[in-house]
Design a protein around this ligand. Structure first.
Ligand SMILES: [Zn+2]
Length: 291
């Protein structure tokens, strides 16, 4: 009677709904953002950096076979490289809390007997840790590169694997021309571009890559994009088909490219769902990762 009716916390149900959503996304983003680094040369990452990557939320990664190797590689040497990734880097990643997956390919610089190499690597395609073929593609745009690229695409089609495509570094004057050729070849081969990530995309080739229907990889690394560049691109375009990766990282600055881009995206108020899509859902879907 004399008591006041307790004031309802909710005056406007819409307001509370928005609050709850914000709170949940804060909790989700603050403590549970899951990250996949979609292209990292883990064999170059020291153990202490691996631990820090895991502490930043990197739960999974894809290690491609490099497109360049030093020296001259016989088919058996290539198998050694791939076996090292599978038998050493995958368990090492797991030791530090990162589930590592592997992409196999024949490097386009440094191998001899490319055809024999191609035949040799097929045996790894049945391995459950081998989730893609890569990195493949072209760098100088030569006929030899093109021949190998087409052979890789056919193999990926036969084995139903997505592909990681290397494109020239952003400062390469041939970047746009070679990237255009890469997209044309993939189309000529009838390869489904939804199973492609066009990696190392820079500002110059961004529109072309986004319009191709492929996933677009932003490599945040010393000779490619900065974390700020990547966040700017996400802000300008939507994140529907973008993926972030660290490639070779920043030398002494470590391999924290993806967490750094997350931080930059948060600073730019990019919505948590978009961030999650770019750093987790997109790579998980493309590579069909079981994590
Ligand atoms: Zn690479």
């Amino acid at each position: 009677m004399g008591m006041k009716r307790p004031q309802l916390l909710v005056r406007n149900p819409m307001q509370i709904t928005v609050k709850v959503i914000n709170m949940l996304s804060f909790l989700h983003m603050g403590f549970r953002l899951r990250i996949i680094d979609a292209h990292v040369h883990l064999d170059r990452v020291p153990g202490e950096d691996l631990e820090r990557m895991a502490m930043c939320g990197v739960e999974g990664c894809v290690i491609p076979t490099p497109h360049v190797v030093l020296g001259v590689l016989e088919p058996e040497d290539l198998c050694d490289i791939i076996r090292r990734l599978l038998d050493f880097e995958v368990p090492r990643g797991r030791h530090f809390g990162i589930e590592a997956f592997v992409a196999v390919s024949v490097p386009f610089y440094g191998v001899v007997k490319a055809d024999q190499c191609l035949r040799k690597i097929t045996k790894y395609l049945e391995n459950e840790r081998v989730v893609a073929i890569g990195e493949i593609g072209m760098d100088a745009g030569s006929e030899e590169e093109e021949r190998l690229f087409r052979a890789h695409l056919r193999m990926a089609k036969d084995y139903d694997k997505p592909v990681i495509i290397h494109t020239p570094v952003p400062e390469d004057p041939r970047k746009v021309e070679v990237t255009k050729k890469i997209i044309e070849i993939a189309k000529q081969e009838g390869f489904d571009l939804r199973n492609v990530v066009l990696d190392h995309t820079g500002f110059e080739s961004l529109d072309m890559c986004l319009n191709s229907g492929a996933m677009v990889g932003l490599s945040v690394c010393y000779d490619k994009l900065t974390p700020q560049d990547a966040a700017e691109i996400v802000k300008k375009y939507d994140g529907e088909r973008l993926i972030i990766n660290s490639e070779f990282g920043f030398g002494k600055g470590g391999y924290f490219s993806v967490p750094r881009v997350v931080l930059e995206m948060r600073k730019k108020n990019i919505d948590p769902k978009t961030i999650e899509r770019i750093v987790f859902t997109n790579p998980k879907t493309l590579f069909r990762l079981q994590i």
